[in-house]
Ligand binder design. Structure first.
Ligand SMILES: Nc1ncnc2c1ncn2[C@@H]1O[C@H](COP(=O)(O)OP(=O)(O)OP(=O)(O)O)[C@@H](O)[C@H]1O
Ligand SMILES: [Mg+2]
Length: 500
């Protein structure tokens, strides 16, 4: 077929004896944006890693613009015009922005020396395109996740490819950066470039894509023109069962006992006098735009940072000094936004990761882990959250798919039965089915008397699960909206309100 730029025929791939791709046939047309969706662990990244030359296939064939294609590595794929923006950022923290952009090969002058002027100029052009507030010499390690993600995207764009793969490119982006990216994708498409776009945010997939391909358990189950899918259809294809509800029902009482309270908290000009209180059984949402101070506030609550002034009370006790260890003793839990850096031991097996917080309860007084108990508890978490892992005792966390890593972080904290639960973007990169499980667990914890602070950038998620939504802007709380008054526009307005 002439308009296919890429075909994959009967592609298979296994990891240590577990088959992950089962003879896939996949097609990408010239100048289209193709959405690739599926549950966590369905095989999306694996499939694209084969196209990008990062992984080899066990059997099968690929045809690129009519020619046999079998890349020997990522450079080979780049040379054939394929650029890949990875799900997990591939940047080096200890190098500068410019060095990261050119890490695959520095341009040289006529005399064979590294062309520093050209590197600087190209880098500047890239940064200007998205208005990124960095210079070519900025160290990447010092930058926030959203900017790092934009640099990774710029690196992909620099390759002047005719096929571009975006694997969940928006997980750390603010609304504005996301709009810039979508505009860029539309420009690329207008130039005849073909794009594969992987995301769990189905709304974005519908907005951006011409066709959508659904992957389930390593097989392609459906490809349609996007307009021929309703959202319910698409979800059914992805999860393989009827899912009429995206949020669980939250019939429950809010208690009187206050479990978490702050008075006039202040820190580094980023948290500017926050007073809040969470009662037993209450799920309180926290909405705000990038830079509103939500993550900073969460860091203070859990003692990751020390406040400059103000008070924090947990379970009615005032805490003169808050530390993560002290919080764990108070039965508090905190799921950070940056799961890959703070949440997991990547080179340890899934089981060890799950037991990380719980360990103190599972060791007896001779410091021996009760492994039968550990097994039982872990199996339960893996089942409840539907974590896709072949061998939890041996499989390293870094071999799990992105969304399944997130589930392990969640499982690890839930197993400690938190009474105060702070979650920063817990469903990022998590598929619809597992989101429902995560929401259900949050609701169950609240029903059992825990207080939950749910930080999220998705208003729908907050409206669907919370009793009350706090809105933050400029380090202050600009709104405290009760359930009866939930309204998207109103919440967004409060988030944009300049704190006085
Ligand atoms: N190096 C590896 N060793 C063992 N198993 C692996 C390895 N890499 C991937 N897998 C397994 O392959 C399956 C598919 O993973 P993949 O990363 O392709 O999923 P995905 O569709 O991209 O999911 P997500 O939406 O969570 O990113 C998963 O079950 C994963 O655990
Ligand atoms: Mg993936």
């Amino acid at each position: 077929m002439p308009d296919n730029v890429l075909r994959m025929i009967d592609v298979t791939r296994s990891f240590t004896g577990v088959q992950v791709l089962h003879g896939l046939n996949f097609e990408l047309r010239k100048g289209e944006v193709l959405g690739l969706v599926g549950e966590n662990g369905a095989g999306k990244s694996t499939l694209m890693n084969i196209v990008g030359g990062v992984l080899s296939m066990d059997s099968g064939q690929m045809v690129l613009s009519g020619n046999r294609y079998a890349p020997r590595g990522p450079r080979d794929a780049t040379a054939r015009g394929i650029a890949f923006v990875h799900q997990e950022l591939n940047l080096f923290s200890n190098l500068t922005v410019a060095e990261n952009l050119f890490v695959d090969g520095f341009p040289t002058t006529r005399f064979g020396a590294i062309d520093r002027k050209r590197i600087q100029r190209c880098t500047r052009e890239c940064m200007d395109r998205f208005g990124l507030p960095v210079t070519p010499d900025t160290m990447v390690g010092s930058l926030p996740a959203g900017i790092r993600q934009m640099i990774e995207i710029s690196k992909g764009l620099m390759k002047n490819a005719h096929i571009m793969i975006f694997d969940e490119p928006t997980t750390s982006l603010s609304k504005r950066e996301k709009e810039d990216l979508f505009r860029t994708i539309a420009d690329l498409k207008a130039k005849g470039i073909s794009i594969i776009y992987i995301s769990h945010i189905l709304e974005d997939v519908f907005d951006l894509c011409d066709r959508i391909t659904v992957l389930r358990d390593g097989r392609i189950v459906e490809t349609r023109v996007a307009a021929d899918f309703t959202e319910t259809d698409l979800i059914r294809c992805m999860v393989g069962r009827e899912m009429t509800q995206v949020f669980p029902s939250i019939e429950k009482d809010v208690g009187q006992t206050v479990l978490l309270e702050t008075k006039d908290l202040r820190w580094a000009g980023k948290v500017n006098g926050v007073s809040l209180s969470l009662a037993a059984g209450e799920i309180v949402g926290m909405y705000g735009l990038m830079g509103a101070g939500r993550t900073e506030l969460a860091n203070l609550l859990f003692g990751v940072e020390q406040r400059d002034s103000g008070q924090i009370f947990m379970n009615g006790n005032t805490l003169p000094r808050v530390s993560p260890r002290g919080c764990i003793r108070q039965k508090a839990a905190y799921i950070t936004e940056d799961r890959l850096h703070e949440g997991l031991l990547m080179t340890k097996p899934v089981d060890d990761n799950l037991t990380l917080v719980k360990m103190s309860d599972l060791t007896n007084r001779f410091e021996v882990v009760n492994s039968r108990e550990q097994d039982k508890v872990n199996r339960q978490a893996i089942d409840d959250l539907r974590i896709k892992v072949a061998d939890p005792a041996r499989q390293m966390a870094n071999s799990l798919s992105g969304g399944n890593q997130q589930k392990v972080v969640f499982g690890k904290w839930v197993m400690n039965d938190p009474k105060i639960f702070i979650l920063d973007e817990p469903t990022r990169g998590v598929d619809v089915g597992a989101r429902f499980e995560i929401y259900s667990i949050i609701v169950d914890l609240a029903k059992a008397g825990s207080a939950v602070l749910l930080i999220s950038s998705e208003i729908e998620e907050l409206i669907g699960t919370c009793d009350r939504i706090l809105v933050m802007s400029g380090g202050r709380i600009t709104g405290d909206v009760p359930k009866a008054e939930f309204d998207q526009e109103r919440i967004l307005e409060l988030a944009l309100q300049r704190a006085q």
